[in-house]
Design a protein around this ligand. Structure first.
Ligand code: PHE
Length: 350
């Protein structure tokens, strides 16, 4: 081949390569987001009158030396364009399938949750005491002997410790048996006066029955200031009962014993014996105990570095679960913690 036709040939091949590259690039960059786009792609490149076919027609006219080189390129381009078409087509089909499936499924129905009934009752109780000027204090559920017992005037080996059957973690550590332990922590801090309640879960190694469980909830309270008297205690508790159970609720105090209070009392509310369950709950007396209380024993104040000659105080402890039973007529304490939605779902909160 002499030089001039060779140059023309080389130039032709170069131009053709560039042309094919451009076409390849435009196929690669073709935006295909829908079936419609895909169809436009097909119309542009793949139909009889599309770009590829036109190129092949042109190709047929080429002299045979050029066919060899260009043919290879053209085949590559064809493969590339068909590849794009196929992969985009299957991608769109997949998406379509997913969308169709979702359209056919019923929507997910998620039920509204609500606060557990014991939490609701706890909140109601806390709110009443907050209105009376009490703050809220919390403490650990695993307690040492000092905070749960010794500081509260339970001497070692004293039978009073048997009043609260204890779950021990180690010799000196136990699951707290009452939230009075938080009272000790508060008094030790020494920020006087103290007017606070201690809501929380407590644990006792008791036989589980309709009336008692191995864990339950308390709201204890502590008020320490100069000149706090038993009548302050009574008035605070009357106030609570009226707010919580209604203004007509009848209550009574009975003398009692706790190592950490002196004098000590228990408070009952009157249910009557009209219904079978009132009869059973009150053991035929009509009265049901809902709390223990008393004036803080001077020994306890001394243990917590408070001078009993200057300060006096009262304390009380309410059982939340019992009170929730009463308020909602629940006959078996255990139902609160079985996690049966048919039961819990009856107590919707906002
Ligand atoms: N801590 C007592 C209990 O759990 C309740 C109580 C608290 C009694 C404060 C008197 C004063 O049984």
């Amino acid at each position: 081949m002499d030089i001039v036709p060779f140059l023309i040939f080389a130039l032709f091949v170069k131009n053709m390569k560039e042309k094919l590259n451009k076409i390849d690039e435009s196929a690669q960059n073709f935006i295909i987001k829908s079936k419609n786009d895909l169809e436009n792609f097909r119309l542009k490149f793949l139909v009889k009158k599309g770009i590829l076919n036109t190129l092949f027609l042109e190709f047929k006219e080429l002299p045979s030396e050029e066919k060899k080189e260009i043919g290879q390129l053209l085949n590559n381009l064809k493969k590339s364009i068909e590849g794009i078409y196929q992969s985009e087509n299957s991608k769109l089909n997949k998406e379509e399938n997913i969308n169709n499936q979702n359209n056919e499924l019923p929507g997910y129905f998620s039920e509204l949750g609500s606060r557990h009934i014991i939490s609701q009752v706890l909140d109601d109780m806390i709110e009443i005491f907050e209105r009376l000027g009490f703050s809220v204090s919390t403490g650990p559920e695993i307690e040492d002997d000092w905070h749960n017992f010794s500081a509260l005037n339970f001497p070692k080996n004293h039978p009073a410790r048997d009043m609260q059957d204890t779950f021990f973690v180690e010799e000196e550590l136990a699951l707290r048996t009452h939230t009075s332990s938080v009272q000790v922590r508060l008094m030790e801090k020494g920020d006087l006066p103290i007017r606070s309640i201690m809501p929380g879960r407590v644990y006792r190694n008791e036989a589980i029955s309709a009336r008692s469980n191995c864990f339950f909830h308390q709201v204890e309270g502590l008020y320490i200031d100069k000149g706090v008297s038993f009548s302050d205690l009574k008035q605070t508790l009357y106030n609570f009962v009226k707010e919580f159970f209604g203004p007509e609720t009848k209550v009574r105090f009975r003398a009692s014993y706790f190592p950490f209070t002196e004098p000590s009392a228990e408070m009952d509310i009157f249910l009557g014996t009209k219904t079978e369950s009132d009869n059973r709950l009150t053991k035929g007396t009509g009265w049901l105990e809902i709390l223990g209380c008393g004036m803080v024993d001077p020994n306890v104040l001394v243990n917590c570095n408070i001078d009993p000659k200057t300060y006096t105080g009262f304390a009380f402890g309410l059982g939340v679960d019992r009170i929730a039973m009463l308020k909602y007529g629940v006959k078996d304490l255990r139902t609160f913690f079985n996690n049966d939605q048919r039961f819990l779902g009856q107590f919707q909160s906002l």
